[in-house]
Design a protein around this ligand. Structure first.
Ligand SMILES: *[C@@H]1O[C@H](CO)[C@@H](O)[C@H](O)[C@H]1NC(C)=O
Ligand SMILES: *[C@@H]1O[C@H](CO)[C@@H](O)[C@H](O)[C@H]1NC(C)=O
Ligand SMILES: *[C@@H]1O[C@H](CO)[C@@H](O)[C@H](O)[C@H]1NC(C)=O
Ligand SMILES: [Zn+2]
Length: 258
């Protein structure tokens, strides 16, 4: 069920929309294949409530040499109303947390500031990320790389990256450090609801690539619980996140924009 928000143009009838789970869709399909006539009784309880306050959660390891320059790692802290939000986006939030935690435990401090942002209100349309961007966009030229993991934090196959050819060549070298984990690929299209503001402004962006089939089997459903997460796979994802963010934050130069 790829649920999302529904918006209407002015003056059109507000036709309700609904999603059913993969499990229910497969059951209905089996019933249909047996020749049954299917009658569905659907009751919807969705409501739109007034806005309320919530907050991004931010932590950082301040850079030793270029503290005003930033490498940002992130995931979103809110989740859909059903399920637990373990894969969307508990996984992304906590591999980002773990990246900073590992670097702190190792007694490392990169040259540039390594900033963790756990975004609020992503599911309502990237609201926390939009506010952060508005408040910090004047400093965009000092953001070397923005990273978001919002695809589950399963066993990664590599990194999706958006940036110049020169920056991509550097990212390939950085990812080659992960040869012992066999996660060295650099794909195209680094993206994420919460980091796209920065990528559109020309800041290099990266996202974790993993098994989207698994992601969309549980996404935004009651099936999104801790049982779908695999601690060993999350450890590999956290290692990729920590190595990439640390190495880019500790290089002498920022990633080239062109
Ligand atoms: C952000 O940019 C503003 C305006 O250019 C500047 O005054 C401020 O020092 C910058 N902050 C950081 C942390 O670089
Ligand atoms: C970027 O960081 C440098 C220090 O590294 C600082 O002098 C400059 O004001 C910052 N610029 C912006 C726009 O934040
Ligand atoms: C390394 O990863 C690739 C795909 O990313 C996979 O095809 C290959 O089997 C893996 N090799 C090992 C030794 O796990
Ligand atoms: Zn998400």
């Amino acid at each position: 069920p790829h649920t999302g928000t529904q918006e209407y143009e002015d003056g059109v009838p507000k036709i309700p929309t609904a999603c059913i789970t993969v499990e229910d869709a497969e059951m209905i399909s089996r019933m249909a294949s047996h020749g049954n006539t299917i009658v569905i009784h659907l009751e919807m309880g969705a409501k739109t409530y007034p806005d309320t306050d919530s907050f991004n959660t931010i932590a950082e390891v301040t850079g030793s040499k270029y503290p005003q320059q930033v490498v940002l790692v992130s995931g979103h802290l809110d989740s859909w109303d059903v399920g637990q939000g373990a894969l969307d986006d508990g996984g992304g939030a906590f591999i980002s947390w773990e990246a900073l935690s590992l670097i702190k435990d190792l007694g490392l401090r990169p040259k540039r500031t390594l900033r963790l942002v756990l975004w609020t209100a992503e599911e309502q349309g990237g609201i926390g990320a939009s506010q952060y961007y508005e408040r910090h966009k004047a400093n965009a030229s000092n953001y070397s790389l923005v990273m978001e993991s919002d695809s589950g934090a399963f066993l990664p196959t590599g990194l999706q990256f958006t940036g110049s050819d020169k920056a991509r060549a550097i990212m390939k070298e950085v990812m080659s450090l992960l040869q012992p984990l066999n996660v060295t690929e650099v794909f195209s299209d680094g993206e994420g609801t919460d980091i796209n503001f920065w990528i559109q402004a020309g800041v290099p962006g990266a996202s974790l690539r993993d098994d989207l089939y698994k992601y969309f089997s549980f996404h935004h459903s009651h099936g999104d619980t801790m049982t779908v997460m695999d601690p060993k796979q999350m450890n590999v994802a956290a290692a990729v996140w920590a190595v990439v963010s640390y190495v880019v934050a500790d290089m002498e130069e920022m990633l080239p924009r062109s």
